[in-house]
Structure formats: structure tokens, C-alpha cells
Design a protein around this ligand. Structure first.
Ligand code: CKG
Length: 322
């Protein structure tokens, strides 16, 4: 497991004769004070951590080596690290600063998003008004555009994986289930990562029920358009306060998706409705592309690119139907 981007620190140690010496060493666990748990996955835990020297706060993702090997998750760990190593220059993606390891664990030192999850913010306000939906939708879309330009398909986009930094700007996270295409900027890079089922058939990862695209359910194939299906679900949810497809069980949710069974609440903004209807299209090739979405009337006068990330986040207000 090749470590990345070593961060060095100067440590006072005693040499063989007991004389104090200064040594330049890689940062490790002892250079951080670990705080509360921010989240737990099936083979990792994410902690709030403070660099003892700089007092800068990070999120540190800790993966237990023994568990990863036992659960045969080595492939996922490498996919996540390779993905994070590709996605290094966008304000809307959680950044991996460096990694280190010790005898039992691997450590990813990542951006801290002190604003928490977009889902948590949405639950507090109930819904987002058009201005907030436009701002957060544009930031999510800008981050997806960058991801796709680097050959990364997220495959599990949802409000829980859209985090907020201390300026209430978007940071997308959790690339453990991403699909890597050959990197257009680095043609020698690897690509693809279908997982193998017990019977040897290649099966792709399936995301979270409410946001999974029909093609992932029908023929197991994920493409960039799958992330845009999830984007359509997120825009709907910001304005409606609930996801478009939600059944009493995962199976019933899947049935609603493949049958395109959803409705708009009364007073849903017409431009947003048109955008959602053109993202939630069963045939991936007929779904709006990112360029079309950015030029859609719902995002009229919304800057993308650098200006979008310099804009102050709007005050959170609920959507009040006319
Ligand atoms: N899987 C991860 O890589 C990851 N998981 N979390 C916490 C999860 C909690 C459940 N929803 C998805 C995220 C993080 C990261 C990246 C790095 C990262 C940075 N900051 C935060 N901040 C949080 C603050 C309050 C509540 C939750 C997360 N969280 C993470």
C-alpha cells in the first residue's frame, strides 16, 4: 500500500547514547489528538483530529488492515485512494492531504467539513428555496463535472455524501465505491473496477436505494449518466423535502425507479420540474448531459467555475409554494 504525500515533522528523540537529537520523520498517529467520531463505515471510522503542531483540524479516516483483508476489501481501499489521488484540484471535493500507516491501520488525512451533511441541513429547514437549491445544485454539479473530467464516476451520490465546510460550501465525499475510467489526463492510469460475485459473474456496485439509477438495477452498468440521475433526485429532494422514489422497502423503491413512478408536490417550481424530468429519464443516453444541465433555465444567471466558489452561501430558507 504505497503511501502518498508524506507530511514531515521534526521530532526530538534520544540517540543511542541517550543524547537528545532532532529527527525529521513522517507524521504519524502521535502527531494528532483524536476527537469525536464523525462517521463509521463497514471497514473504516472517520475521526475529528487536530494536528498537535499546527493545531489545524482534519478528518482522519482510519482503516483496520486485518478487517480489510478478512472482508476482502483491499480492492475498494485502493480504488478510494487512487480516486482521491486523482481528485486533488477542486474546491467541491474532500481533499486527501496525505496518508500514513502503522502496524494495524491505514490513515487518510482529509479535509474537515465542519458544516456536516447536506441532509442534516435539509432536515432542519425541511426544504430549500429556489435560491438555495440553485446554489447547492450548482456546486454539486460543478464538482460532478470535475470528477467526470478526471474519469471518476461516484456511483453513490446522495445528500449524506454532500458535506459542508465552514463556509457552508459543498464538499463531496466517500469515494470508496467510485468507478474509475482511464484518466483522460493520465492515459496510463488504470480504469474500471467491477466487483466479482461469488459465481464469478462481474457485478457492479449498487448505490443507496433511493438514488440508484435504473440502469444499475436493470443491467448493472454504471456510467456518468448514473451520477446525473442521482443529481436529479437530489434537486427534487432539496425543493420537496423528500426523495422522489421512496417505497416501504428497498424492493418497492427499486420498483418505483424502474417504473419511473414519482410525482411532484403541488407548487413545485416549473423550471426545476423541467430540469428534474430531463434528468430522471430511464434511458441513460437520453438523460441531460452536464453541459445541458448547466445551460438549463433553472441555472439561469448562476455562475459556475471559480466565481461559484467565491460566492457567499445564501441564507438557508425553506421553499414556500406560491
Ligand atoms: N467515508 C468518508 O470518507 C467520510 N465519512 N465522513 C463522515 C460521514 C458521516 C455520514 N455521512 C457521510 C460522511 C467523512 C468522510 C471524509 C472526510 C470528512 C470530513 N468531514 C466530515 N464531517 C462531518 C461533520 C459532521 C457530521 C458528519 C461528518 N466527515 C467526513
Amino acid at each position: 500500500w504505497k503511501e502518498r504525500g508524506a507530511a514531515l515533522t521534526v521530532r526530538k528523540e534520544l540517540d543511542a547514547s541517550g543524547k537528545p537529537v532532532l529527527r525529521t520523520v513522517k507524521k504519524g498517529v502521535q502527531d494528532f489528538s483524536f476527537g469525536r467520531i464523525l462517521g463509521e463505515g463497514s471497514y473504516s471510522s472517520v475521526y475529528l483530529a487536530t494536528d498537535r503542531q499546527s493545531l489545524k483540524e482534519y478528518a482522519i479516516k482510519v482503516l483496520e488492515k486485518r478487517h480489510i483483508i478478512k472482508e476482502k476489501k483491499v480492492k475498494y481501499v485502493n480504488i478510494e485512494k487512487n480516486t482521491l489521488n486523482r481528485l486533488t484540484e477542486h474546491p467541491g471535493i474532500v481533499r486527501l492531504y496525505y496518508t500514513f500507516q502503522d502496524e494495524n491501520s491505514l490513515y487518510y488525512v482529509l479535509d474537515l467539513c465542519s458544516g456536516g451533511e447536506l441532509l442534516g441541513i435539509l432536515k432542519r429547514t425541511g426544504t430549500f428555496d429556489v435560491e438555495c437549491t440553485r446554489f447547492y445544485g450548482a456546486q454539486i454539479l460543478d464538482a460532478i463535472r470535475y470528477m467526470h473530467s478526471r474519469g471518476v464516476i461516484h456511483r453513490d451520490l446522495k445528500p449524506e455524501n454532500v458535506l459542508l465546510d465552514d463556509n457552508m460550501h459543498v464538499k463531496i465525499t466517500d469515494f470508496g465505491t467510485a468507478k474509475l475510467l482511464p484518466d483522460p489526463k493520465d492515459p496510463d492510469s488504470g480504469g474500471g473496477n467491477a466487483t466479482m460475485q461469488g459465481d464469478g459473474r462481474s457485478a457492479s456496485f449498487v448505490g443507496t436505494a433511493e438514488y440508484v439509477s435504473p440502469e444499475l438495477l436493470m443491467d448493472k452498468s454504471a456510467s456518468k449518466a448514473s451520477d446525473l440521475w442521482a443529481f436529479g433526485c437530489i434537486i427534487y429532494q432539496l425543493l420537496a423535502g423528500r426523495p422522489p422514489f421512496k417505497g416501504g422497502s428497498e424492493y418497492l423503491t427499486f420498483q418505483k425507479i424502474v417504473n419511473l413512478e414519482y410525482e411532484f408536490p403541488p407548487g413545485f417550481p416549473p423550471a426545476a420540474r423541467d430540469l428534474v424530468e430531463r434528468c430522471l429519464v430511464l434511458e441513460p443516453a437520453r438523460r441531460l448531459t452536464i453541459e445541458h444541465i448547466m445551460n438549463h433555465e433553472f441555472f439561469d444567471s448562476q455562475p459556475f467555475g471559480r466565481d461559484l466558489w467565491r460566492t457567499k452561501a445564501p441564507r438557508l430558507r425553506p421553499y414556500v409554494p406560491p
